[in-house]
Design a protein around this ligand. Structure first.
Ligand SMILES: [Zn+2]
Ligand SMILES: [Zn+2]
Length: 399
């Protein structure tokens, strides 16, 4: 099976691998992607794109009009940042920067992006309208998409459809996950400060022990998903950090709890926020302490629209076979492309990159994360095919 652009993408597969490995060897953290952004800008300039750098600090935007008539604008997004992880893989292209690693696959995304830019520029005769390439900084929790949107990303020209992919080490190479609705969760923070009354470890009756209160709060928070959430709904309340106390014979005055809330729908999101606050405040009060509860909202759920999703599904199914495209999987991870999808309709999909036989199956954000690079030309072909279809308005057609 094949699709338009697959033969062309396969013909540049070696170059995609070379780009990906070079980026893998030189990872950069969020908002520090100077070398990566420079490589992207040079590539886009050489291909004839109108290039703007410094969008959302280190982001790059490339614009090109097709040779056919057309009014629509399709945005394609590729994130560029790495993670503060020490790479444990023993490969020739291992990270050359200690403590920084492309452990989420954003190096692959940039390589795919340059591949897409190359094929769409070489085949301008196949499409009309405008392609807007978004090379995004700081996807890993630092708000790079929001920063680019604040700098006017979605205007001049306004965007009709937005598409993006993420490689997935959870899915075999040669497969994809393409679904309507929420694929990834809203991701919000929990910050709870418990104010007790410190004192001597031998005289607890004179104190309000913040450690004991914190322990009760952590246990009580577990009841929210178990007892308050509709079993048909999905939610997560995790406390990942407890900080309290300095010595074994001193009762702590204060405890700080940090965690995360994940949800796929706004009603569930609101419920979880409300119950975290109520449970923490009232449990603390029951022990004579006070809880200051903050639940700052992070990224929205990543919600794909039906029309663009149908287009991407058709491309992926034509390339891999319909039985190799999962339309039901979703994950409680978060993704800040959700900020784009909250503003314009589009699709975000997973591209399989796992290969068990070659041991390429460590999870994302793991020091042994790696991908099967055979996914690179596949990602290029699916995105080119889907983008050209959306430029022609296929996302507005039924079926
Ligand atoms: Zn990640
Ligand atoms: Zn990622």
């Amino acid at each position: 099976m094949t699709i338009p652009f697959m033969a062309e993408a396969a013909a540049i597969a070696d170059r995609l691998v070379a780009i990906r490995r070079d980026l893998h060897m030189h990872p950069e953290l969020g908002f520090q992607e100077y070398r990566t952004a420079g490589i992207v800008a040079d590539a886009l300039n050489a291909l004839g794109y109108e290039v703007t750098t410094g969008v959302g600090q280190t982001g790059v935007v490339g614009l090109m009009a097709g040779a056919q008539p057309g009014e629509r604008t399709v945005l394609l997004r590729f994130d560029m940042d790495a993670l503060p992880i020490d790479e444990a893989n023993e490969v020739p292209y291992r990270s050359q920067t200690r403590g920084v690693m492309h452990a989420c696959g954003h190096d692959a995304h940039v390589a795919v992006g340059i591949g897409v830019a190359t094929l769409l520029a070489q085949h301008r005769d196949r499409w009309g309208g405008t392609i807007k390439l978004m090379f995004q900084p700081a996807e890993e929790g630092l708000g790079g998409a929001r920063a680019m949107i604040a700098d006017g990303l979605l205007q001049h020209p306004a965007v009709d459809v937005a598409l993006a992919l993420h490689v997935s080490s959870g899915h075999p190479v040669g497969t994809a996950v393409v679904r309507s609705g929420a694929l990834l969760a809203a991701s919000d923070r929990i910050e709870i400060v418990i104010h007790g009354h410190g004192g001597h470890g031998a005289r607890p009756h004179e104190t309000v022990d913040a450690v004991v209160v914190a322990a009760q709060v952590v246990v009580a928070l577990q009841s929210i998903v178990a007892r308050n959430l509709d079993p048909e709904e999905i939610g997560v309340v995790t406390i990942g950090s407890i900080q309290a106390g300095m010595a074994g014979n001193v009762i702590a005055e204060q405890a700080v709890l940090r965690g995360t809330i994940r949800s796929f729908s706004e009603p569930t999101r609101d419920l979880l926020h409300r119950r975290v606050r109520e449970v923490a405040e009232h449990v603390a009060a029951a022990f004579g302490a006070r809880a200051d509860v903050q639940t700052p909202r992070g990224v929205h759920a990543t919600v794909s629209a039906p029309g663009p999703t149908a287009v991407v599904y058709r491309s992926a199914a034509a390339l891999f076979g319909a039985d190799q495209v999962d339309t039901t999987y979703r994950t409680t991870g978060g993704e800040d492309f959700s900020e784009v999808l909250a503003a314009v309709p589009g699709n975000f999909f997973f591209l399989g990159a796992r290969n068990d036989a070659r041991g390429l199956n460590a999870p994302h954000h793991n020091p042994r994360f790696d991908i099967d690079e055979a996914c690179l030309p596949q990602g290029v072909a699916i995105l080119c095919d889907a983008a050209v279809a959306c430029l022609a308005g296929a996302d507005r057609l039924p079926g």
